[in-house]
Write a protein that binds this ligand. Structure first.
Ligand SMILES: Nc1nc2c(ncn2[C@@H]2O[C@H](COP(=O)(O)OP(=O)(O)O)[C@@H](O)[C@H]2O)c(=O)[nH]1
Ligand SMILES: [Mg+2]
Length: 238
């Protein structure tokens, strides 16, 4: 029995590799060209690479949400992020394979000037607040305003109320968050990085919306906004 690795498609740094396990008999019978064509037909869905940025007050749970999703872990003693942290995660949907480049920013004021670097090139932004803190919600609103003023107009925006496991300490009602999101054209979700409530849902919802927004016929596209001078904005397909 042999394992053949067949490169189906290459798009700069996004390569789809399919491993095929065949017996020797099958190997003898199988024409490699036919095999590759069959695999290509099977995997001919969209390959999308998208930049996703997490914004919000320090302590809201940005790193915990990303860590819960990417590593399946949660720590009650999560260290503060310095500057920003980068993660990648590949999500497979029926209609697309999405590689998310996730930027988890630090919430501290002293890093604020760095934020545009992260959200300007993003396809989607998640603004997180801690539902046990009204200040955190106010800070989230400031981030939303900044995105609306300076971000890409096509940027997909999500508002996330985190720490829903701390119901007894809740300061921001579900309706309050939902209403603000609705009025400002944001998608809204309440999550808990601690219990994992709605965490997968958040990332898959983002992925689904990105897949839907991407043009349907091409493969290997990148969902990053391009600088204004290129004359192309938001979805640019290489
Ligand atoms: N109870 C609870 N605590 C959380 C949750 N998410 C994060 N935390 C805690 O809140 C603190 C700040 O989290 P962190 O992810 O560092 O926030 P960030 O500054 O936004 O990245 C840490 O002590 C986490 O353990 C949650 O969903 N529930
Ligand atoms: Mg952090």
């Amino acid at each position: 029995m042999t394992v053949q690795q067949t490169m189906i498609e290459e798009e700069e740094d996004f390569v789809v590799v399919v491993a095929v396990v065949m017996t020797e008999a099958e190997e003898g019978m199988m024409d490699r060209g036919i095999l590759i064509k069959a695999l290509m037909a099977k995997t001919r869905n969209k390959n999308i690479q998208a930049k996703l940025v997490f914004l919000g007050d320090m302590g809201a749970g940005k790193t915990s949400l990303v860590s819960r999703f990417v590593r399946g872990q949660f720590s009650d003693f999560q260290e503060s992020t310095i500057g920003a942290a980068f993660f990648t995660q590949v999500l497979s949907l029926n209609e697309a394979t999405i590689k998310l480049d996730i930027w988890d920013t630090a919430g501290q004021e002293r890093y604020h000037s760095l934020a545009p670097m992260y959200y300007r090139g993003a396809a989607a932004a998640v603004v997180v607040y801690d539902l046990t803190s009204s200040e955190s919600f106010e800070r989230a609103k400031k981030w939303v305003q900044e995105l609306q003023r300076q971000g890409n107009p096509n940027l997909m925006k999500f508002l996330v109320a985190n720490k829903v496991d701390l119901e007894e300490k809740r300061k921001v009602g579900n309706e309050e968050g939902e209403l603000y999101a609705k009025e400002n054209g944001l998608n809204f979700l309440e999550t808990s990085a601690k219990t994992a409530h709605n965490v997968n849902e958040l990332f898959y919802e983002i992925a689904k919306k990105l897949a839907k927004a991407a043009p349907s016929r091409h493969t290997g596209m990148k969902l990053h906004s391009r600088p204004q001078e290129t004359g192309r904005r938001f979805f640019c397909c290489s």
